[in-house]
Design a protein around this ligand. Structure first.
Ligand SMILES: *[C@@H]1O[C@H](CO)[C@@H](O)[C@H](O)[C@H]1NC(C)=O
Ligand SMILES: *[C@@H]1O[C@H](CO)[C@@H](O)[C@H](O)[C@H]1NC(C)=O
Ligand SMILES: *[C@@H]1O[C@H](CO)[C@@H](O)[C@H](O)[C@H]1NC(C)=O
Ligand SMILES: *[C@@H]1O[C@H](CO)[C@@H](O)[C@H](O)[C@H]1NC(C)=O
Ligand SMILES: *[C@@H]1O[C@H](CO)[C@@H](O)[C@H](O)[C@H]1NC(C)=O
Ligand SMILES: *[C@@H]1O[C@H](CO)[C@@H](O)[C@H](O)[C@H]1NC(C)=O
Ligand SMILES: *[C@@H]1O[C@H](CO)[C@@H](O)[C@H](O)[C@H]1NC(C)=O
Ligand SMILES: *[C@@H]1O[C@H](CO)[C@@H](O)[C@H](O)[C@H]1NC(C)=O
Ligand SMILES: *[C@@H]1O[C@H](CO)[C@@H](O)[C@H](O)[C@H]1NC(C)=O
Length: 443
């Protein structure tokens, strides 16, 4: 059996809130360019998940108390988690596509810092990150990382017009955004913001053919880096090849009237799209074929098998295996089990108490993010705020915003809120034509 080539040694202490106040921490050793493979079946992975990067693979290991080792395969984004690795050093094979991690110590203690120390032959860097908890908080003033700080719209490569859907690429610290009013998808770096964007789809005027867009709303990428765009104005979902540019033509995934946000299950390629027009969330099974109803589709209404003008969708394939939907017209967030259809009754997990700005209410909820504790982060656009709802909570708390305006502590129809790798909150502040970053201040 080959022995691993250890060209980098990394001590990774990683901590997350697991249940209540119980916090798990572990130190991982990193084995670059190697994978675990045993001669017999005593060490097959007990879970295989897809994660966008190695950090998320480490987090996936952390959230599994049985995890003793993990291998992340770059080309497939597959994260294999092992619990029975008796002889870790003797089960390593060279593989340039893989990075493996051994748990070399694990403890539980109440702390919330996550520290990683990378040591190679010549350099040592330390970064401190943290895992989100119910106490996490963010600066109330944002930094504008793209677009006009004052809220002015424009169409050149440093300005935006009504940004909506976002996608964050952690390894490159890049942000992608659907620049709705400019009919284009932009990519820009947030390392040295403000930067000049690159158009990765369209930007050639309005039309519904495969090289133009008309009011793009949602975007996502699959594990092969292909871009998916929910085109609201044309009522269709397009897919673009990886590394697309403004002249690249897409292909038609399918027709979805008033397609808003989009979410891909990276394990199955199932692609979920919210259709405001049809009061339904559709699923393209495996990312192809005719769309089937995954939620709603029973006319506009507020029964638990109905939706009213849904906007946001999030399929959580890592933690809760559930579909979350922003049921805009009912001012609520619905949750459905995996495999849901038009006959499935959902559960109200946030809002549902009429339109309003009370702690138990939402008004025009848009994007949803789910973390490993099942906590929801909601772009509560009509209330100009980002809300956090802990699992099973009957009310939410405002993380940032709350009043309409263009000051650094204000928002105007924040459509989408996501986290960067440092857990800063990135917000597409739609009617202010800008992208805001609220720095994490407390884990
Ligand atoms: C399987 O491999 C492990 C080490 O990788 C070894 O300890 C164990 O004895 C092996 N079992 C069998 C049945 O060969
Ligand atoms: C595996 O290798 C590492 C690094 O060489 C070493 O520190 C560790 O003690 C080894 N573990 C075993 C069980 O041999
Ligand atoms: C937030 O921004 C406002 C307006 O620019 C400024 O007056 C205030 O001092 C800032 N607050 C903090 C805590 O930086
Ligand atoms: C947020 O953090 C960035 C980078 O560390 C810094 O440049 C910026 O001034 C911070 N913004 C606020 C409002 O504190
Ligand atoms: C875009 O327009 C604004 C306002 O006119 C200007 O300040 C900025 O430099 C322009 N950006 C580019 C890339 O031309
Ligand atoms: C798309 O439509 C535009 C405007 O009508 C036209 O200029 C362009 O050639 C069309 N592209 C394709 C691929 O048909
Ligand atoms: C844009 O992408 C197309 C493929 O879709 C490629 O042929 C072309 O060279 C690219 N243009 C630039 C400037 O990279
Ligand atoms: C998902 O799509 C990718 C291509 O983008 C493919 O490599 C992978 O096998 C697909 N996964 C499944 C489960 O079909
Ligand atoms: C939320 O409720 C579900 C179902 O009753 C339960 O299984 C879960 O443990 C609860 N979660 C929390 C954090 O209370």
């Amino acid at each position: 059996m080959a022995s691993g080539r250890i060209c980098l040694w990394l001590l990774f202490m990683i901590t997350a809130q697991v249940v209540g106040e119980d916090t798990q921490s572990m130190i991982l050793s990193l084995l670059v360019d190697s994978k675990f493979q045993c001669a017999n079946t005593t060490c097959i992975p007990f879970i295989n998940v897809f994660t966008s990067n190695i950090l998320n693979c480490q987090v996936a290991c952390l959230t599994q108390s049985r995890c003793k080792a993990a291998t992340f395969h770059r080309s497939t984004s597959s994260c294999e988690i092992f619990d029975n690795m008796l002889n870790q050093n003797g089960s390593i094979l060279a593989d340039v596509d893989a990075t493996s991690m051994n748990v070399i110590s694990g403890t539980r203690f109440p702390s919330d810092q996550m520290t990683s120390t990378t040591t190679s032959s010549s350099t040592t860097t330390t970064t401190t990150v943290c895992s989100l908890s119910s106490q996490s908080s963010w600066s109330q003033n944002a930094t504008t990382i793209f677009g006009s700080q004052a809220g002015t719209s424009g169409s050149n490569l440093t300005l935006l017009s009504g940004p909506i859907g976002m996608y964050y690429d952690g390894p490159n610290n890049m942000l992608f955004v659907a620049d709705n009013g400019n009919q284009r998808i932009l990519q820009f770096s947030i390392n040295n913001s403000p930067s000049v964007a690159t158009v990765i789809a369209e930007g050639n005027g309005i039309d519904c053919n495969m090289s133009q867009l008309y009011r793009p709303n949602g975007i996502d990428f699959d594990s092969s880096d292909r871009l998916y765009v929910a085109d609201f104005g044309c009522g269709q979902v397009l897919r673009f090849p990886s590394n697309s540019n403004s002249t690249t033509s897409g292909t038609l995934l399918g027709v979805v009237a008033q397609a808003v946000l989009i979410s891909i299950n990276q394990l199955t390629n199932d692609t979920y799209v919210a259709s405001t027009n049809d009061n339904a969330v559709y699923k393209f099974v495996g990312g192809s074929g005719l769309p089937v109803v995954a939620a709603g589709g029973n006319g506009a209404g507020s029964a638990l098998n109905q939706l009213s003008g849904p906007t946001g969708v999030c399929y959580d394939y890592l933690y809760t295996n559930s579909l979350y939907v922003s049921d805009n017209g009912n001012y609520r967030i619905m949750k459905y089990p995996s495999g849901s259809t038009s006959s499935t009754y959902g559960t109200v997990v946030a809002g549902g108490n009429g339109a309003g700005s009370g702690a138990n209410q939402l008004n025009n909820p848009r994007n949803i993010v789910v973390d490993s504790s099942g906590t929801l982060y909601i772009g509560d656009a009509g209330n100009n705020r980002i809300q956090r709802w802990l699992q099973n909570a009957s009310s939410g708390t405002t993380l940032v915003g709350g009043t309409q305006g263009a000051a650094p502590n204000q928002l105007h129809f924040p459509d989408t809120a996501i986290f960067d790798k440092y857990n800063n909150l990135l917000v597409s502040d739609r009617n202010n034509n800008r992208m805001q970053m609220f720095n994490l201040t407390t884990c």
